[in-house]
Design a binder for this molecule. Structure first.
Ligand SMILES: C[S@@+](CC[C@H](N)C(=O)[O-])C[C@H]1O[C@@H](n2cnc3c(N)ncnc32)[C@H](O)[C@@H]1O
Length: 269
């Protein structure tokens, strides 16, 4: 693991501990039965009852365990030891059929002992932590059963060009769309625990639509659905407004931007 990934893993270990008790993740509500999956994820993946599901970059497991509550036999993967320990603890409390593996997502196949899945799932804030999507897509293709499906819902790659802390209704362009070098950030708190006092450096990577789709196609997967949405599961700009459906939208008078995408790809029979 290079220094940037080690820095990211240290950050996510600290964030996992801060997130589990945060209002943002509402673990108490989750334990009481709240479904952490939204309508885009639920409709996109479809019925999972009786199916095996691999969740890549599962954080402390709320989404993974929500899939288990929907009847899937689940395995979650994350490189944060703290996230995996917290996820395993939640699974134990809920007595759900779930297994969590602590590994860099790129090394997932080495931990599966040949096990293959009906569904591979990942969502919201996952791929920007990965420098290269080609080996990621190969992991997905390698983890799917013949005829199995991969689903991703993510922030739209175009969002990355804007100044995300701007208070302006029309956010200004700030970054290059095609920049593939690591972006270094000085973190102070996190998106879910802004007052946690956690200060650290993180590294992330912007990926174009061409890279995302191209990596999956090059790994042998067939894209069966690609959708773009004018709303987002998480707040990106401070000016965004949350609707009753829980999704965030641009404010009135703001630009009509693509904020999120979802994609389904299948492995040939
Ligand atoms: C924003 S979370 C995504 C999960 C989900 N959307 C959520 O909010 O719970 C990103 C996760 O990716 C994990 N992660 C980042 N880089 C990784 C890597 N190289 N291998 C495995 N997990 C990684 C982090 O530990 C973190 O739990």
């Amino acid at each position: 693991m290079d220094d940037r990934m080690t820095a990211n893993r240290d950050l996510w270990n600290a964030w996992a501990d801060a997130h589990v008790g945060s209002e943002f993740y509402d673990t108490e509500g989750f334990l009481a039965g709240r479904d952490s999956l939204d309508s885009v994820e639920l409709e996109g993946v479809g019925d999972v009852s009786g199916q095996s599901l691999l969740h890549l970059q599962c954080h402390f497991g709320q989404d993974t365990l929500s899939w288990a509550r929907h009847g899937a036999k689940v395995v979650g993967v994350d490189f944060s030891e703290r996230a995996v320990a917290l996820a395993s603890d939640l699974a134990g409390q809920l007595e759900l059929d779930a297994r969590f593996i602590c590994t860099d997502v790129y090394d997932t196949l080495a931990h599966l002992d040949g096990e293959r899945f009906d569904v591979v799932f990942t969502s919201y804030g996952a791929i920007s932590w990965l420098p290269d999507l080609k080996p990621w897509a190969e992991v997905i293709a390698g983890a799917l059963k013949p005829g199995g499906r991969f689903f991703i819902a993510e922030h739209h790659p175009y969002l990355w060009v804007f100044d995300d802390v701007s208070e302006e209704i029309v956010p200004p362009f700030l970054y290059s769309y095609f920049d593939s070098k690591a972006l270094r950030w000085d973190e102070d708190g996190s998106y879910a625990a802004p007052n946690s006092g956690i200060k650290a450096v993180s590294y992330s990577w912007q990926h174009t639509f061409e890279e995302i789709v191209g990596a999956l196609v090059a790994a042998g997967l067939r894209i069966t659905s690609l959708r773009e949405y004018p709303y987002l599961a998480f707040q990106w700009f401070p000016t965004m407004v949350r609707g009753e459906d829980g999704f965030w939208r641009m404010p009135e008078g703001g630009p009509d931007l693509p904020l999120m995408f979802s994609l389904t790809a299948v492995a040939d029979e």
